[in-house]
Design a protein around this ligand. Sequence first.
Ligand SMILES: [Zn+2]
Ligand SMILES: [Zn+2]
Length: 362
Amino acid sequence: MAVRVGRWDCPACGTKGIYGPETRCPNCGSPRPQDVRFYLPDDAEIVTDEDKLREARAGADWICGHCRTQNKASESRCHGCDNPRDEASEDAGLSERTYGMDEVPTDSFAPKRTLHPDMAPPQRKGKPMRWVILAGLALFVGVLVLGALPRRISVTVEQFSWERQIQMLHHEAVSREDWHTPSGAFDVESFQAIREYKQVLRGYETRTRTVQVKVGEERYVCGQIDKGNGYFEDKYCTRPIYENREETYQEAVYDQVPVYATKYRFKVMEWVPHERHLIKAQGKDHEARWPDVSQYEGQSDFRRGARKETYTIVVREEGGATHQEAVGPKFWESLSKGQTLQAKRAWLFNNYYGLEEPGKDQ
Ligand SMILES: [Zn+2]
Ligand SMILES: [Zn+2]
């Protein structure tokens, strides 16, 4: 529990490194300030003298409520005005502070925060640069957001295009494999196949692992206590000591055992959508029609499958820019060339957002 001598600096004459226990500046005689912040230089000497150790551990100095003189804890009367130390005269003690190892102030101009939250941290000066950067950033984001807001513009319909397709389905035999056969299956063969894997316990194996075992505790210096009287004392904490030990344990070992079942390979008739039987019609006019599939008529192994239709228009802005838009069939049908529609674009940026009501669901 080493005790060291702290230091303070005289704000009146600027003398630095005054011995902590001194209550007056040895240079100008000014009293040690009431809000003195003691610090501990790296080369602070360890106190061995018994009287000084007793003084260091007696407690924080106190300030006389009558004459502001600073007195040692051992003094029961003020050595400035001889009034007794008591609550009634508003005598105040200097406060103890506890610092973490890397928080101990080493000079009076670098006070650092204390371990205890009830001791207020030193006031930070505002950083004007940070506010300038934040304001600039806010302005930048604001311009981005406002500039991207939509405004209404007029566009005219200039061109139509459409595409319609019909998928013809061909009735044909396809090969399948499954765990059961559907109705209508033919050319059925059966064979054995792995359906799943089962975990089967093979046994236990002895393994070793390293574990941490707590074998005791140790005390170590974890900070410094500013005693409020010019001295600093080591703060001790305890921490557990661990040792690595080898430990054996049993681990279950499993085998993955395949489970076989009867599987079937068979043929079955299905309606198949071949790419070559996807029949399309398209045009750049306003007369949409379905593609001609008359070549399949009378063929019982073909039938109609899914239909798909897409409709687009090209609109022109007053400025001249054109945009292609996908629209719904009924809306497309209702339009005529040269018709005016409402669309949206960004206030500042060159972004076109599309028609107000593209009518895609109609
Ligand atoms: Zn001084
Ligand atoms: Zn006094």
